[in-house]
Design a protein around this ligand. Structure first.
Ligand code: 4HQ
Length: 256
């Protein structure tokens, strides 16, 4: 189970607030997981401590210089060396299954590139795997590392509240979540679905399962085909068929 996350970044400040906030912040302050940054600039020699240089072959932008980055990665991976993961657009797309596997490791070493990227020789020599958060271009790997860390840390035992559990997330079941509602029961003439006010917890669970199935089939047919079916699914879908009309508007509402 995950104990420590080492982030190689030219912007350790990026993680200063991040590591204090929300679920991740609590997990760290309670000592359930440790987050440390390793800054290549601390390994850069010379008065200018420069960490980037112009690309061989010409062209716009700069490339991260190999030696300061390599020294930071070597400090971060420790001895014996942990698996080193870089956040890059070439990487394998992260999904919930990969998050579960990453959360099962003892240590994560996450390398965040900046500028046009990392000298390929550092990737060849020191990076074991590459991960991407999606097909769009970031200006640095830091937001991608933060996404990975957030998703991984909420998997750790005791990080979610006792009545929640990462294993019961709709996504863990391969489906999108059902819709959520809170008070008031009528807001701007929109009512909360009647079943949620019924107090019948089995019926509520069946309604939620039906909504998750409807939503996933409509919005993400790819996920829907891959999701494991529950024995009750057919019955649940007959009890709660997809509604094409929005719920009726109430004549009056109780919103503030
Ligand atoms: N990067 N998923 C870092 C990304 C990216 C992504 C572009 C990585 C810039 C310097 N990382 N370089 N998408 O867009 O992980």
């Amino acid at each position: 189970m995950l104990k420590s996350i080492h982030v190689v970044t030219l912007f350790p400040d990026w993680f200063e607030h991040f590591k204090t906030l929300g679920l991740t912040g609590r997990a760290i302050s309670e000592g359930k997981v440790e987050l440390r940054c390793f800054d290549p600039r601390e390994h850069a020699s010379g008065v200018h401590r420069s960490v980037d240089d112009r690309p061989y072959g010409g062209g716009p932008g700069m490339v991260m210089r190999p030696e300061p980055l390599a020294l930071a990665i070597e400090a971060a991976r420790g001895d014996p060396p942990a698996v080193v993961s870089a956040l890059t657009p070439q990487g394998r797309r992260i999904d919930q299954q990969s998050i579960a596997r990453l959360a099962a490791r003892e240590q994560l070493v996450l390398v965040c590139g900046r500028y046009e990227g990392i000298d390929q020789r550092v990737i060849d020599a020191l990076v074991d795997e590459e991960w991407s958060i999606g097909d769009y271009v970031l200006s640095g790997g830091e937001p991608a590392a933060a996404v990975l860390i957030d998703a991984v840390v909420r998997q750790l035992p005791g990080v979610l509240g006792h009545d929640q559990s990462a294993g019961e997330d709709s996504f863990a079941a391969g489906l999108l979540d059902h819709p959520h509602y809170t008070r008031p029961d009528c807001w701007r003439r929109r009512a909360v679905p009647e079943v949620l006010l019924s107090g019948d917890h089995d019926r509520i669970a069946r309604w939620r399962r039906a909504q998750a199935l409807h939503r996933t089939r409509r919005l993400r047919p790819d996920l829907h085909s891959a999701a494991p079916a529950e024995p009750m699914d057919q019955a649940v879908l007959e009890e709660f068929p997809e509604e094409f009309l929005p719920p009726a508007l109430y004549p009056e509402d109780k919103s503030e």
